[in-house]
Design a protein around this ligand. Structure first.
Ligand SMILES: [Mg+2]
Length: 220
């Protein structure tokens, strides 16, 4: 049932608390899943722990990619083995989303997973299957890399480029903590604990403007 305060806003952004939620690096362990694929296929030694200080895998050390194209080829092959249907969730994410949904937060998943052409049907189907199997509730599922085209009350992302782009257009972005995004200030969640959900709910009602966090904090 929709609470009374949202009744007159069944359509539209204003009135609802809309959460634009990124998947990889926020809800799902993409890098871990890709690493598992590479180890399974003898492309990476089991003992290798790639560095986590760069978002781009072709620039971070420890990954077996000399070029961006090498990375894309491995990514595409892993996709074809249902990477997106089988990856590990980030700890606690399902419980956190269930709590937010129960609080009538409108969860909109916004993901750039269609960045490689040719296997879109598989990517979309595997993503939806994974979300169902993980019991992650959501109201809409958007595949776009143009994250600043999607307005929200609050967005959560881990990508330095996305955080910077969204903040440049004045959107409220919570940084989901990863080693490669520590150069940003402003609201940040380190995990999906109950304390994090409590904090996020507070930020929906009272965004900490003074800690907004500007793009110049970016380290790429
Ligand atoms: Mg991400």
């Amino acid at each position: 049932m929709i609470p009374e305060q949202y009744m007159n806003q069944r359509v539209g952004l204003k009135g609802y608390r809309v959460l634009n939620l990124d998947l990889d690096g926020v809800c799902a362990d993409y890098k871990g899943a890709l690493r598992d694929y590479l180890v399974r296929h003898g492309m990476m030694d089991e003992s290798t722990v790639p560095s986590d200080d760069r978002y781009e895998l072709d620039r971070a050390s420890g990954w077996p990619f000399d070029t961006f194209d090498d990375y894309i080829a491995a990514h595409k092959a892993a996709e074809n083995e249902h990477l997106y249907a089988t990856m590990r969730p980030i700890d606690g994410v399902a419980h956190a989303m269930q709590r937010l949904a129960a609080e009538h937060v409108y969860i909109r998943i916004v993901t750039h997973r269609l960045f490689v052409a040719g296997q879109h049907r598989m990517v979309v189907a595997d993503t939806a299957q994974w979300l169902d199997e993980q019991h992650i509730p959501y109201m809409s599922l958007c595949f776009t890399g143009l994250k600043d085209s999607m307005q929200a009350t609050v967005s959560i992302d881990d990508s330095p480029a996305n955080i910077a782009t969204l903040r440049e257009v004045g959107q409220h972005v919570v940084v989901f903590d990863q080693p490669y995004n520590r150069g940003f200030d402003g609201p940040r969640l380190r995990d999906w604990s109950d304390e994090s959900v409590d904090r996020l709910l507070e930020w929906f009602d009272d965004w900490p403007e003074s800690e907004h966090g500007q793009a110049e904090g970016a380290r790429r």
